[in-house]
Design a protein around this ligand. Structure first.
Ligand SMILES: Nc1ncnc2c1ncn2[C@@H]1O[C@H](COP(=O)(O)OP(=O)(O)OP(=O)(O)O)[C@@H](O)[C@H]1O
Ligand SMILES: [Mg+2]
Length: 264
């Protein structure tokens, strides 16, 4: 049976375009006929709300799935999976997730709960499971990093977003219990890039110097159309006239190009 490739989209710095990247990479992979599940692990629920979740359908969210996994309650995980108009499925989060960290802490394998959750056969039908991480380095993120095949790190062309990458990689190293994290890094994606500014050029240079071939060849430009798309709850990848949509599609092609290495 086919196993989904799990990609965690993480950077503990807030507002670096994690959720925007999850949406556009997810919708882009779906346009390439991949079966995609997006998972919201942020109690801000931005991804869930973007995809149309309003918290009223009564079905379980990621919070209940985590609780069930820790307490070994056997209930079908499929009840937590919704369909979206973007052509991707998703598992939403809600405010309860804020309290779930303490429940994770009670598990004897407190960073391995997501690995157990996503080993359920229900997830085998997906080509990709993409986890939208919160802007933290807490137990939820450690769980996502441990469960993932690869991590994608959006780095806004800003010094603090760049500076946080080493700390994230150190966490990855710790949860994967290895000194060689190369097989687990899908890439660093420079976002909100303004090629006219010296600061953006400096961050891009520093990224290439520090992380070399891990940096995606395609960067995502800073453009108002992304903010408008967030307001309108639309992805940009299906829109031929969208510069950012085309840039995200180019990143999707890079990801598919790296496919052979995803489980490596
Ligand atoms: N390329 C871009 N150009 C302009 N604005 C962007 C771009 N990418 C994202 N944004 C905007 O920046 C804001 C933050 O983006 P997003 O929510 O994706 O970041 P995040 O890393 O998920 O944030 P958080 O850490 O709070 O989860 C949003 O308003 C989004 O529309
Ligand atoms: Mg987000």
């Amino acid at each position: 049976m086919k196993k989904a490739k799990i990609i965690a989209v993480a950077n503990q710095k807030g507002g670096v375009a994690k959720t925007t990247t999850v949406i556009n990479i997810g919708a882009g992979l779906a346009l390439k006929d991949k079966k995609v599940l997006l998972v919201d692990t942020d109690n801000q629920s931005h991804l869930s709300r973007f995809l149309g979740y309003d918290g009223t359908d009564g079905n379980p969210t990621i919070s209940e799935l985590i609780f069930q996994t820790v307490s070994k309650v056997k209930k079908p995980v499929s009840e937590a999976i919704r369909k979206s108009e973007l052509g991707v499925d998703y598992i939403p989060s809600n405010f309860m997730l804020a309290g779930i960290i303490s429940i994770l802490g009670t598990d004897s394998d407190s960073t391995g709960v997501f690995s157990r959750l996503f080993s359920d056969g229900t997830f085998d039908k997906y080509d990709y499971i993409i986890i939208d991480c919160p802007p933290t380095l807490d137990l939820l993120v450690s769980n996502a990093l441990k469960a993932c095949d690869k991590v994608l790190i959006p780095v806004q062309s800003d010094y603090w977003a760049y500076e946080g990458v080493d700390q994230l990689l150190a966490t990855l190293q710790r949860v994967k219990q290895t000194n060689d994290i190369k097989p687990y890094v899908l890439g660093m994606l420079v976002t909100m890039f303004n090629k006219r500014t010296n600061s953006a050029k400096a961050i891009m240079e520093a990224m290439n110097e520090s992380y070399g071939s891990f940096v995606f060849e395609n960067a995502i430009a800073f453009r108002d159309e992304v903010k408008v798309a967030t307001i309108e709850h639309k992805s940009l990848v299906g829109k031929k006239s969208s510069v950012t949509g085309q840039q995200y599609m180019a990143v999707v092609d890079e990801i598919i190009g790296k496919e052979g290495q995803v489980n490596g």
